[in-house]
Structure formats: C-alpha cells, structure tokens
Design a binder for this molecule. Structure first.
Ligand SMILES: Cc1cc2nc3c(=O)[nH]c(=O)nc-3n(C[C@H](O)[C@H](O)[C@H](O)COP(=O)(O)OP(=O)(O)OC[C@H]3O[C@@H](n4cnc5c(N)ncnc54)[C@H](O)[C@@H]3O)c2cc1C
Length: 362
C-alpha cells in the first residue's frame, strides 16, 4: 500500500531532501511538503542583499517549482497542531493532512518578537515584506539599532554600516547583545578579532547589555537609551509552540526531543531535524544553519530506511566546522575550530559556497 510521508517546514534539512528526491524516489511513497510560503529566502546571502551586493531573486528558492521537479506535492500552509496518535496534521486554513511518516524541519522563532511594538520601523524578518524592505534605502538611512549578537545580528550590522559608507549616510549603527558577542564561538582569540573588526568598522557595540523596553523609537537598556530610525530584532532562538501544543516529547525549553537517528523515541514514525529540535545525546549543539544542513543526509537515509529496508544511521555532529560571516565590502571573517582569519579571500570563498548552494535549487 502507498505510504504518505509529510514534510513540515522547508528548512535546510528538508531542502536537501528535495534535491535528493529529484534523483531518487522512495518506492510506493507519496511525499508532501507543507510550508507557510512558496518562497524560502536563503539566510547565508541575506546580508549581501541588504548591503546591495545581491538582488533579492538570488536568495529566493521557489519551493513549489522545486517540489514539482522532485515529483512531490507542495501545500502552502502552516501546521497548527499534530495528532501523533491519529497521524493527522491540522493547518491554519483548516485542512487536515494525514500521514504515515512525518518529518519536522520548522526552525525556531526569535526570542521576544511577540512583545515588540507594532511599528513599520521594526524588522524581525519573519515576514516576506520585511525581507524586501530591508533592501530599500529608507530602512537603512539614519540611526539603525540591531539587537542580537549572533551571526545574523553581526552580519547585518556590518552590511548596513558598509551600505552607509557607500551611500554617504552619517547615521550610526549600534549592535546590542545581551551576552558576550557571538556566544557560539568559545575561542577567546577569535572573539577578540571579530570584536576588533566591529569597532574598527565604526559600529557602536553594546555588549552584555539587555534591552529592557522599546518605546517611542527608543531602545532602553540598563541606564542608557538610544533612539533609532530602524530597529532590527535579531535575537536568539526560541522553540516553536507547535511541539508543546501537540503534546510531543520536548526538552525543558520546548524543542522537539529526538534520538540521534533524528526520530522521536515515543513515535519512531516522527522525525525531526534543524534548529527546532534537540538531539538527546547532543543537547548542546549550536542552533545554526551548518548543523541543520548536515542533518539532511542522515534524515534522507533514515526516512528511506524506515519506509523501505528498516536500516538507520546515527547523526554524528562534527566537532569543528567552517563558519564564514560577511563583514561588509566583500570581506569576511572565517572560523574553523580555533583558527580564524578575515579578509577578501574569506568573502570570495563564502560567495562561491553560497552561489554553488543556490545553483543547486535553480
Ligand atoms: C541574516 C542571517 C544570517 C545568518 N547567517 C548564518 C551563518 O552565517 N551561519 C549559520 O550557520 N547560520 C546563519 N544563520 C542562521 C540560519 O539561517 C538558521 O540557523 C537556519 O536557517 C536554520 O535552519 P532550519 O532548517 O532549522 O530552519 P529554517 O531555515 O528556519 O526553516 C524553517 C522553515 O519552516 C517553516 N515553518 C515554520 N513553522 C512552520 C509550521 N508550523 N508549519 C509549516 N512550516 C513551518 C518556516 O516558514 C521555514 O520555511 C543566519 C540567519 C540570518 C537571519
């Protein structure tokens, strides 16, 4: 009998499945991808778009076309609730999708977005229109405050500062981080190099300062207030509510708990990957794009094994991996384990990797 495989979320791990489905199919299996939008924007090139190096269409992945090419069905919608026992998913449109096997790759939410005032000066990039708007001049003119000292906040600070330099805009760029900058990098020398670059670029850095309130175009921190023309909210991750509300096994922060085969122990027909899951044997894995992409290979093998041969593999995270952050003006900061360097060559490598990645979806 034909089995139904439902993929929820077009995140990095599921994108790699779509590429594999173009070359190989699971026998007697009907596959569906559910994602809230038809277009997915690749975050690796986003800072280059904001700076004016890339056009928006260079970042776009058309999920519907990709699904058609891969011979699978695309459904535009958001999963509201999952019933693991009845094997059913309810979407925000009221559709019910049945499955035999389910796979989640729905990423994370940004911390604190629901408490932000409703204002067209505030960007958190959860909506397509906001991604487009950050390419416009108006969002970058004047004083720009970026909250969040992770990869996204750092890259966007550099790209807006570079845009200002190119466009003779004398407004300030401030980067506010509630913890030490780039918390994911444990190497002190590398962190110092990156911090020095930020300061050298003229970005005003507020490290270890927590935003307490946002009111009347001002960000209030402990004892200091700064005004903004645009505010970019690029804070760390928060678990999506879907897992908890669907009564699926979660860790103490609400992320879906999976084994290192990427399966939910209690429901082996449910798989989870990407930043929205916690792998029980590797609870401290960083939540970033590199980890999400890497899980795609094991996910493919194990979905195939579960549906066909019964074989399964374990996800082994790499201890060291390559990170390249764009630092503006076609330069980048590269880190591999405790090695770090920066400059034009690092950017060329990032540009080559990103363009090659995107070419596989065209
Ligand atoms: C500007 C910027 C720069 C970054 N730079 C880097 C970097 O240099 N290196 C790095 O490693 N990481 C970087 N990141 C982080 C990286 O983008 C994320 O770690 C990565 O996208 C997470 O992948 P994912 O597969 O978990 O999910 P995502 O890529 O977040 O995809 C999840 C998908 O699921 C969909 N979805 C969500 N909820 C539902 C639902 N209920 N039903 C159906 N679909 C749903 C979403 O719409 C989305 O399409 C950056 C992020 C940004 C914004």
């Amino acid at each position: 009998m034909t089995k139904k495989l439902l993929l929820i979320g077009g995140g990095h791990a599921h994108l790699s499945l779509l590429k594999k489905f173009k070359q190989d199919q699971f026998a007697d299996c009907e596959v569906t991808l559910l994602n809230p939008t038809r277009t997915y924007y690749y975050s690796g090139m986003f800072s280059g778009y904001v700076e004016g190096i890339y056009q928006l269409d260079e970042l776009e992945i058309d999920l519907q076309t990709l699904c058609e090419k891969a011979g699978i069905q695309f459904v535009e919608g958001t999963a509201l609730s999952v019933d693991a026992k009845q094997k059913m998913v309810l979407t925000e449109k009221g559709d019910i999708l049945n499955f035999d096997v389910l796979s989640f790759d729905i990423g994370t939410k940004r911390k604190g977005v629901s408490e932000l005032p409703d204002s067209d000066q505030i960007f958190h990039l959860n909506r397509k229109e906001q991604i487009k708007e950050l390419g416009d001049e108006a969002s970058k003119r004047g004083d720009v405050v970026i909250v969040g000292g992770g990869a996204a906040g750092i890259e966007l600070s550099f790209s807006i500062q570079s845009w200002k330099k190119k466009n003779n805009d004398d407004g300030t760029v401030r980067l506010i981080s509630s913890s030490a900058l780039y918390g994911e990098s444990s190497d002190d020398r590398c962190k110092k190099t990156l911090k020095a670059k930020i300061i050298q670029a003229g970005i005003r850095l507020h490290e270890n300062e927590r935003v307490e309130r946002i009111k009347e175009s001002k960000v209030h921190m402990n004892g200091e207030s700064v005004s903004y023309d645009s505010l970019l909210w690029m804070t760390g991750s928060e678990a999506p509510k879907l897992y908890k509300s669907s009564k699926l096994p979660i860790d103490k922060e609400g992320y879906l708990l999976v084994e290192d085969t990427l399966q939910v122990k209690q429901y082996p027909f449910i798989f989870g990957s990407g930043n929205g899951v916690t792998i029980q044997n590797h609870p401290d894995l960083p939540r970033n794009g590199v980890m999400a992409v890497r899980q795609g290979g094991v996910l493919w093998d194990n979905l195939k094994g579960f549906l066909q041969s019964g074989e399964g593999y374990h996800f082994q995270p790499q201890k060291r991996y390559l990170t390249i952050l764009s630092t503006g003006e076609r330069r980048a900061y590269l880190r591999y384990g405790s090695f770090c360097t920066s400059g034009k060559l690092a950017w060329k490598l990032k540009n080559k990797i990103d363009k090659k990645f995107m070419a596989t979806f065209k």
